[in-house]
Design a binder for this molecule. Structure first.
Ligand code: SIN
Length: 359
């Protein structure tokens, strides 16, 4: 080997060594930065024994422990956590929603946050998901996750759900899909998903429409996208909101004479979502109470207690004559959220109907 060749060899070795150092230094930064905002629920729940899957205590495990219980998270993301609340989600409040939405917007505006995972009880998870879907102002992924079994249970579903939610929140393809819900290997749109079974891990479904995608191993696979406007495309802004207008849901049933509609009106509701029978039907005996509500300036949305399907405008009620709003295919709890946000903008029923067709 002559001197030239030796020099060349040494230079190449040095180059390879410095490239190796550069790659090694860069490697940790290749993982997405995911913030986990914890709110409570069964995913943070604990039971007395490993077979306790009912009658456990929800919302006891702090976010730090939820994260350290799944060490595999460190392989797929740079994860950090914040405790927003520690409640069972049947006790969710509008104050927590506003606080959560503002924090999500603040975090997503940062360059060092790539996505957000929100741990949540399953009871009202679909409501929080749709609320955020309408008020988050970023295309970065936001994923709500829960579990049906507490962390102490045999075959607890929380750790794998959380692991996959973090992967999803760090996946480029998940951006621009609206707020998503991830449980049981299935990715659903926050607008469309609902809890359908009281006690099974396959409880979250999007009736008629179906899921956005599924997980195969560690890989999320998308098959479609919701076409309703969400996140950056909506007109709703929580930045300066301190509260939301009161909207009550009134359930219809055989023999109902409108007592609960009167109760909502007298309690000062600005809006009522009527969970009607069939295609959003209103009973004859309810009309005096409904007309009284309308006279008092209450905005009335017709939805259905059926759980899925479209409310045909001017179908089972004369919406034009009374000034009702048809909820499209939003179930009563989702229609309530859109009506609350709509009422922060207007009380014009034509405008609100437009929002129900758009969102
Ligand atoms: C809750 O919603 O907080 C309790 C039920 C659950 O998380 O599954």
């Amino acid at each position: 080997m002559n001197r030239k060749m030796i020099l060349c060899f040494v230079v190449m070795c040095l180059l390879a060594f410095s490239l190796q150092i550069a790659f090694a230094a860069e490697a940790p930064n290749k993982l997405p930065n995911i913030k986990i905002l914890a709110t409570g629920g069964t995913i943070a729940g604990a039971g007395v024994t490993s077979t306790t899957t009912v009658g456990y205590t929800a919302a006891v495990t702090p976010v730090g422990k939820l994260i350290s219980n799944v060490p595999e998270l460190a392989k797929v993301a740079n994860v950090s956590g914040e405790q927003v609340s520690q409640i069972a989600s049947e006790s969710m409040t509008m104050e927590i929603w506003l606080q959560l939405a503002k924090r999500v917007n603040q975090l997503l505006a940062q360059d060092d946050v790539d996505g957000i995972v929100i741990t949540h009880g399953t009871d009202t998870l679909e409501e929080t998901a749709y609320f955020l879907d309408l008020v988050v102002k970023s295309e970065k992924p936001v994923v709500l996750v829960g579990s049906m079994r507490p962390g102490t249970a045999m075959s607890a579903d929380g750790p794998l759900n959380l692991y996959r939610a973090v992967i999803l929140a760090g996946t480029k393809e998940a951006a621009g899909k609206g707020v998503m819900v991830m449980l049981n290997d299935t990715i659903n749109a926050g607008r469309e998903v609902t809890k359908t079974i009281t006690d099974r891990v396959d409880t979250f479904q999007a009736p008629i429409i179906g899921a956005l995608g599924v997980f195969t191993g560690d890989q999320p696979v998308f098959y479609r996208k919701s076409l309703r406007k969400n996140t950056t495309e909506t007109e709703f802004d929580v930045t300066n909101l301190k509260s939301l207008p009161r909207v009550d849901i009134v359930y219809h049933y055989a023999g109902n004479a409108g007592t609960m509609i009167d109760a909502a009106t007298n309690a000062g509701a600005k809006g009522i979502v009527h969970a009607g029978t069939g295609d959003g039907s209103i009973g004859k005996q309810e009309y005096p109470a409904i007309e009284n509500a309308l006279k008092n300036g209450v905005v009335v949305v017709r939805s259905a207690r059926v759980g899925s399907g479209i409310i045909a405008r001017n179908g089972e009620a004369d919406d034009d004559k009374y000034g009702f709003i048809a909820s499209d295919n939003l179930n009563p709890q989702k229609a309530r959220i859109l009506l609350m946000l709509a009422l922060t903008k207007t009380t014009d029923v034509k405008e609100i109907q437009r929002m129900f067709w758009e969102y």
